[in-house]
Ligand binder design. Structure first.
Ligand code: PAN
Ligand code: ZN
Length: 193
């Protein structure tokens, strides 16, 4: 927090609902398959795809709304359409480092599935379409999955101090995978759990 400059006056930004672009943003990142390979259950499919290239799976733009009294981050994530084997492209998924910190996701474009799971194994899924607001309560890991044929774009608002803990999800994943069966998304048990 020390290095982040406070902006105590009101700010606005405008999100393009088709592209997910907005400005100004403070940070932009891209995640390619090579960085996310471990998340997918079909490692043979990962290797086949990497032999052909290293596709972009998702990216994110962040804007910080930090004042001397408060600290929101606003993030727009775009998940590209596609699959690794039968499993749809998805975010890494994480718990917040400060477990008591909640978050709001708001779907702007596309069709998705949000996976939510507590450390005790209480699992929920929510279908996402433009206009869906999802409350991620304290203590629930969360991952978004693009189950459609176009970009899935959603925004997220949380406190900056919430942080991200990727370790547990990278090792075990969620109780369910989101896979394509007969051309449709379906949740199946995660064989790694
Ligand atoms: C989101 C996510 C973003 C990418 O802003 O960080 O969608 O997902 P992963 O970080 O799980 O790869 C959020 O939940 N922030 O807390
Ligand atoms: Zn989060």
């Amino acid at each position: 927090m020390d290095k982040i400059k406070p902006y105590d006056q009101p700010m606005r930004l405008q999100v393009n609902l088709v592209s997910g672009d907005f400005s100004p943003f403070t940070d932009f990142y891209e995640h390619r398959l090579s960085q996310l390979a471990v998340l997918y259950h079909d490692q043979a499919a990962v290797h086949r795809m990497l032999a052909e290239g290293d596709p972009l799976l998702f990216d994110g733009r962040t804007s910080l709304f930090v004042t001397s009294l408060s600290d929101f981050t606003y993030v727009v994530t775009r998940i590209y359409p596609g699959q690794v084997g039968d499993e749809y492209f998805m975010t890494k998924g994480h718990f917040h480092l400060l477990l008591e910190m909640p978050e709001i996701y708001f779907c702007l474009r596309g069709q998705g599935c949000l996976l939510l799971e507590s450390a005790e194994g209480d699992f929920h899924s929510q279908w996402l379409s433009p206009g869906t607001v999802s409350h991620i309560p304290p203590g629930y890991a969360h991952r978004a999955v693009n189950v459609g044929g176009e970009l899935l774009i959603f925004s997220a608002v949380q406190h900056l101090k919430a942080g991200h803990d990727y370790g547990k999800i990278a090792q075990r994943g969620f109780s369910k995978l989101v896979v394509q069966r007969d051309g449709k998304p379906q949740l199946v048990n995660n064989p790694r759990q």
